[in-house]
Ligand binder design. Structure first.
Ligand SMILES: Nc1ncnc2c1ncn2[C@@H]1O[C@H](COP(=O)(O)OP(=O)(O)OP(=O)(O)O)[C@@H](O)[C@H]1O
Length: 227
């Protein structure tokens, strides 16, 4: 479960005379287990900012953000890191990995960190890589030289390796061909069936309509845009 309650956020631009910019006010939404909710709204309305606050990358000025039992808005950094290990996954658009680590290990790593045995973790990783059409010949190589679409699919495989009860998706189907897009939509459906609460940004409207149960327009929480 993800529950955002009365969240406010302002940025202080220290290098620009400490100008304060209020970007979010009174943001509230709930994502129940098994539900996928899409954040929509014009460019600059605050979709990414809200996702980053839920993941704990941006501080929250006011309000609560519960992911399961933990209030990310007030949690200590080590509690947030612990939450990310088992309770909260995040699939960003871009893959960031340590150079020279083979693709198979990049995907299995979240499971290995949770104590899953090597054999099971690698089997799950290989299953996902095959499903996402990453050629077997690439599994032992670092993904740093892979194409944009291949890197995105490795990122998705890694994000879905563990069945997180809460999952954030930032444009999970951007730059994918039709076949791989379908695979990703199926992974999202499977995660929902397993009870994941999913919050995502989907510019791909057809994908959004296929997997999302509800839409939340963040413009309603944007101080200078709200009516
Ligand atoms: N680190 C930051 N420092 C200062 N301002 C920021 C920062 N991050 C975001 N903002 C501001 O917050 C507002 C919301 O930005 P955000 O990236 O969340 O919008 P968005 O809805 O995700 O946009 P897009 O669809 O274009 O990605 C913008 O006005 C942006 O300039």
């Amino acid at each position: 479960m993800i529950r955002v309650q009365d969240v406010h956020k302002r940025f202080v631009l220290h290098n620009q005379a400490a100008t304060e910019v209020a970007v979010m006010a009174r943001a509230s939404l709930t994502v129940e287990p098994g539900e996928c909710v899409a954040l929509t709204g014009a460019s600059g309305s605050g979709k990414s900012t809200l996702m980053r606050m839920v993941y704990g990358n941006y501080l929250t000025d006011h309000g609560h953000i519960f992911v399961g039992d933990l209030d990310v808005a007030t949690a200590a950094p080590r509690e947030i890191l612990q939450l990310r290990r088992a309770g909260l996954g995040y699939v960003s658009q871009f893959l960031r990995v340590v150079p020279r680590v083979p693709t198979r290990e990049v995907v299995a790593e979240p499971l290995l960190a949770l104590g899953v045995g090597k054999e099971d973790a690698f089997a799950r990783a290989e299953g996902l890589l095959a499903t996402l059409n990453i050629p077997k010949a690439l599994w032992a190589l670092s993904p740093t030289t892979f194409s944009g679409g291949e890197q995105q699919r490795v990122n998705i495989a890694r994000g879905f390796a563990h069945h997180y009860p809460a999952l954030l998706l930032d444009e999970p189907t951007a730059s994918l061909d039709a076949a791989n897009r379908e695979v990703v939509l199926k992974l999202i459906e499977e995660a929902k069936e397993k009870g994941a609460a999913i919050l995502g940004i989907f510019h791909d409207e057809a994908a959004r309509n296929t997997v999302c149960d509800r839409i939340v327009d963040v413009t309603a929480f944007t101080p200078h845009l709200a009516a």
